[in-house]
Design a binder for this molecule. Structure first.
Ligand code: CA
Length: 228
């Protein structure tokens, strides 16, 4: 799961990135409203921690813009301002939760778990489900419900599978997948994506799932539940 932290205070931003990385999340930072908005638009993130008081434009404006664009990524607002009006405005604009600074890291981690559980609906027991596929987020094993076989995924296979499941029924470009799984700085080639998709297809077939990763010519891939 990948989290974007939009926070202009560098010390806090770096501390959040370190804490979340230590908890096993992937985390990136953005330092102002515009950078945060641009990064959210890449669709690479499963959750956004969004400060309200930001340079360029503020967190409420970022939230307004992303919801207007139809991005339904969960957002937890972070702010030093704890006025009721801010909170009401944030919730009205589609924030999922709200945390007033200063906050303790365990509280933030609890809110993150709560929001992601509510949004994905079915990550109870550390399992992510789509169609008949079951992905264990702790052991990295892939199973098919009702079938006996399971298979363990490698780290990159797991990240790719998780990204596909969390964005199922949406076309993801090779570029999005490369950035998400290998990172902005990696010199991974787009054809890595094709190679790893072929690995996952074999594993999906092995566990006897009906789900399939469809190729969308010239663009990328889409995970579908199959059986129609
Ligand atoms: Ca701030």
């Amino acid at each position: 799961m990948k989290i974007l932290i939009v926070e202009d205070e560098e010390g806090l931003r770096e501390a959040l990135i370190r804490t979340l990385t230590g908890e096993g999340y992937l985390a990136d930072g953005a330092a102002d409203g515009d950078e945060g908005y641009q990064m959210i638009c890449t669709r690479l993130y499963d959750l956004v921690l969004l400060d309200i008081m930001l340079p360029v434009y503020d967190g409420l404006e970022v939230l307004r813009r992303i919801r207007k664009q139809g991005f339904d990524v969960p957002v937890i607002m972070l702010t030093a301002r704890s006025t009721l009006e801010d909170k009401v405005e944030g919730i009205d604009l589609g924030a999922d939760d709200y945390l007033t600074k200063p906050f303790a890291m365990p509280e933030l981690l609890a809110r993150i778990r709560m929001v992601t559980r509510r949004v994905t609906g079915s990550v109870a027991d550390n399992r992510l489900r789509f169609g008949d596929l079951v992905l264990d987020t702790q052991s990295y094993t892939l199973e098919c419900s009702g079938k006996a076989r399971s298979v363990r995924l490698g780290a990159k296979e797991y990240q790719l599978m998780e990204y596909l499941i969390r964005n199922a029924n949406q076309v993801l470009s090779r570029e999005q997948i490369t950035q998400r799984v290998w990172g902005y700085d990696a010199d991974a080639e787009y054809n890595n994506v094709d190679v790893y998709v072929s690995f996952l297809r074999k594993k999906i077939k092995f566990v006897q799932s009906e789900a399939r990763i469809s190729s969308v010519r010239g663009i990328g891939y889409e995970l579908e539940a199959g059986s129609e």
